[in-house]
Design a protein around this ligand. Structure first.
Ligand code: SAM
Ligand code: FES
Length: 350
């Protein structure tokens, strides 16, 4: 077995590694190795994006969910959440404020809400696109049929985020009730890509039952899928879920995984997530310095922010969108990066 540094070099050259090599890199990470990895990841990020950071305005438009994922704060069995769903007018209002602040991508995210028929989501997409034709729409509504994904794409949706959560069947079964399967989740991702969406996958770092082997399987799955976006953030426990007493993911491992992803997929759109900012006050800055190039501030109306609490102590639930944007702009500036007004589409490698 080669040493960790030479494996990072191999990853940089070949853009893939064998299972045992990934496991070795994950198990043998040390501060010095991480520093080398992040320096390389930043070089690659700079080559592709300069010092530009893309923003996406996140609109959490429904917290109803028919699913019961063991980690998630808005799971069906959490009876202490007050449920809400925004009207089309309320969503448009979020977009109006977001547009004025410089957002050119709106991410419409929600639980798997039975109210979200294709007709309703199509109406939302068409209304947003009609008013903001220069903006991209990203959907993040969970698992739907091929036909449904196709209809929403034809209605004008550009991108879709659906984290695979974990690529390993046994681990998937630790995180989810039996009616959800890792096979279907992956199939949805292949369907989304085939239809033509800019497709995002991802996983939580440090979720219960995760191992170096399962993380290696995540990386191999991502390498095969070759997505346009990868969202990863630490697992953070939520007090009203079966995982309330579990340990959360660490900043250190999350950053390391971000660095590996940047080296494996040089032009991928990689957010420094809110969950990372939740477990470390400088988490998002550290994420950018480990290779991330996207931030996703919240555009949801203040009145609903606390009701979309996927995990405890989620940040930015009390700030106006404008404050969040300004706060992030100055955080990025401090570390030498700049928030830009741009759709921030995926670009094939030149
Ligand atoms: N329903 C859609 C779906 O399933 O993709 C979108 C909403 S779901 C809440 C968005 C993401 O939140 C999930 O993919 C999951 O990775 C993340 N998430 C949920 N609970 C979390 C927790 N306790 N800690 C960190 N991330 C969490
Ligand atoms: Fe449905 Fe979390 S269980 S969004």
């Amino acid at each position: 077995m080669k040493n960790a540094l030479s494996l990072i070099e191999k990853l940089n050259q070949e853009k893939k590694l064998e299972m045992e090599e990934w496991i070795f890199l994950i198990e043998n990470r040390r501060e010095k190795i991480a520093e080398t990895l992040f320096a390389l990841a930043r070089d690659i990020q700079k080559q592709h994006f300069g010092n530009k950071i893309y923003t996406r305005g996140l609109i959490e438009y429904t917290n109803y969910c028919k699913n019961n994922c063991y980690y998630c704060g808005i799971r069906r069995d959490n009876k202490s959440v007050e449920r809400y769903r925004l009207t089309v007018e309320e969503i448009l209002d979020c977009c109006r404020r977001g547009y004025a602040l410089g957002f050119r991508t709106f991410v419409l995210q929600g639980g798997e809400d039975g109210y979200d028929t294709d007709e309703r989501v199509e109406e939302i997409i068409r209304s947003v696109k009609q008013r903001y034709p220069d903006c991209a729409i990203t959907l993040s509504l969970g698992e739907r049929s091929y036909k449904s994904y196709l209809r929403l794409y034809q209605a004008g949706a550009d991108r879709y985020l659906l984290r695979h959560e974990t690529a390993q069947k046994e681990h998937y079964e630790i995180l989810h009730p039996p009616e959800l399967s890792e096979a279907n989740r992956k199939q949805c991702l292949y369907n989304l890509k085939k239809i033509g969406y800019q497709t995002g996958t991802g996983f939580m770092v440090g979720s219960p039952g995760q191992t170096p082997q399962s993380l290696a399987e995540d990386l191999i799955f991502i390498q095969e899928l070759n997505p346009h976006m990868v969202g990863i953030g630490p697992f953070v426990p939520h007090h009203e879920t079966p995982f309330a007493k579990e340990k959360g993911g660490t900043v250190e491992l999350t950053l390391y995984m971000l660095g590996l992803l940047r080296v494996m997929l040089p032009n991928v759109l990689l957010p420094a997530t809110t969950a990372l900012g939740t477990i470390d006050p400088r988490g998002r800055e550290k994420g950018i310095l480990a290779g991330a190039n996207v931030v996703m501030p919240n555009l949801s109306p203040l009145g609903v922010r606390k009701k979309y609490e996927l995990y405890d102590n989620k940040i930015c639930t009390g700030e106006e969108a404008a404050e969040c944007r300004q706060c992030l702009a100055s955080r990025m500036k401090e570390i030498g990066y700049e928030l830009v007004v741009d759709r921030g589409d995926y670009k094939e490698e030149n």
